[in-house]
Ligand binder design. Structure first.
Ligand code: GDP
Length: 295
């Protein structure tokens, strides 16, 4: 059995107390445990380092040195700081416009297509919206087929064009189709590559400029470790996205990517994917995520 962070900190502070002294140096030592826990949860190294430095200031400010249960207080400070960092921004999605346009971005395999279906399902069943899905992945016919299957499952219309290799044109025509069908939300699923490449970035930028979405979402696999920071930063630099969707949180990842991304791009995490089914979608709960990261 692994000892979780609370137990670990309680133990090390107990030893220190037994020796009758808790000093600033001891606090710094203990923070190494915090940093280790963050790294084990796949938080980016630099993010974990900066975070623990900030927590140190807070801990000393809150008199951790004289607390009755310093381990507990330390864990609370770390937990609160994590939750606050990950969750202090509005998480609603912007549905302004007729139709409102939502653009998906992210690497291939991150879960964009699945999330597009889930979001359409959520808007339809919980907000009585009439969504239309648009398949803009011109490289992988299988991706278009996948969206068609999902759309059928949730009984939502889908627009695609197997002949076209021009995502901008498909996106534009998708929006026109939504208007023609009286749909009030258009969800645009785009192509992703296995790694960031210039062509893909230019393509999605062009789609964004052409259709001016009310909401651009960056979809990222929560199992992405140290790379999450670079990917999120690159997409944000190019697209200035509005929010993050963290997928595959039903797996055994601790989800440190949430903290890494939030720290680096300062955009809210809006949804979490909890499985492959169309209703396996949850809004983001910073408190729960903090618990999960700390283990
Ligand atoms: P895309 O390439 O970004 O469109 O990614 P997909 O939507 O095709 O997802 C890639 C794989 O991850 C598929 O096998 C999905 O079923 C799976 N997937 C997507 N979201 C989740 C999730 O929240 N949990 C789990 N367990 N699997 C997911």
């Amino acid at each position: 059995m692994f000892e979780n962070l609370s137990e670990r900190l309680e133990r090390s502070f107990k030893i220190l107390k037994g020796e009758g002294k808790i000093t600033e140096l001891n606090v710094a030592e203990t923070l190494k445990d915090v940093r280790r826990a963050l790294l084990e949860a796949d938080v980016n190294y630099n993010v974990a380092k900066k975070f623990t430095e900030e927590v140190k200031e807070k801990a000393l400010g809150q008199n951790v040195l004289t607390a009755v249960r310093p381990g507990e207080l330390m864990v609370k400070i770390v937990h609160d700081e994590l939750a606050q960092l990950m969750g202090s921004k509005a998480t609603e999605i912007n549905l302004k416009g007729t139709p409102a346009i939502i653009l998906m971005s992210g690497l291939q395999g991150s879960g964009k297509t699945t999330f597009s279906g889930k979001l359409a399902h959520l808007l339809k069943t919980k907000q009585s919206k009439k969504p239309l899905l648009v398949a803009c992945d011109v490289y992988r016919p299988a991706a278009i087929e996948q969206l068609r299957v999902l759309a059928e499952q949730i009984a939502v219309p889908v627009y695609f064009d197997l002949e076209s290799k021009d995502p901008v044109s498909i996106a534009r025509r998708g929006v026109a189709e939504a208007m023609a069908q009286g749909c009030d939300v258009v969800i645009i699923d785009t192509a992703g590559r296995l790694a960031i490449d210039e062509e893909m970035m230019r393509e999605i930028q062009a789609v964004k400029e052409a259709i001016r979405p009310s909401e651009t979402l960056f979809v990222v696999d929560s199992m992405t470790g140290q790379d999450a920071v670079n990917t999120a930063k690159e997409f944000n630099d190019r697209l200035d996205f509005d929010g993050v969707v963290l997928t595959k949180l039903d797996g055994d990842t601790r989800g440190g990517a949430a903290l890494s991304i939030r720290t680096v791009v300062d955009k809210p995490i809006k949804f979490v994917g909890m499985g492959e089914k169309m209703d396996a979608l949850d809004v983001f709960h910073p408190e729960r995520m903090a618990d999960r990261i700390l283990g």
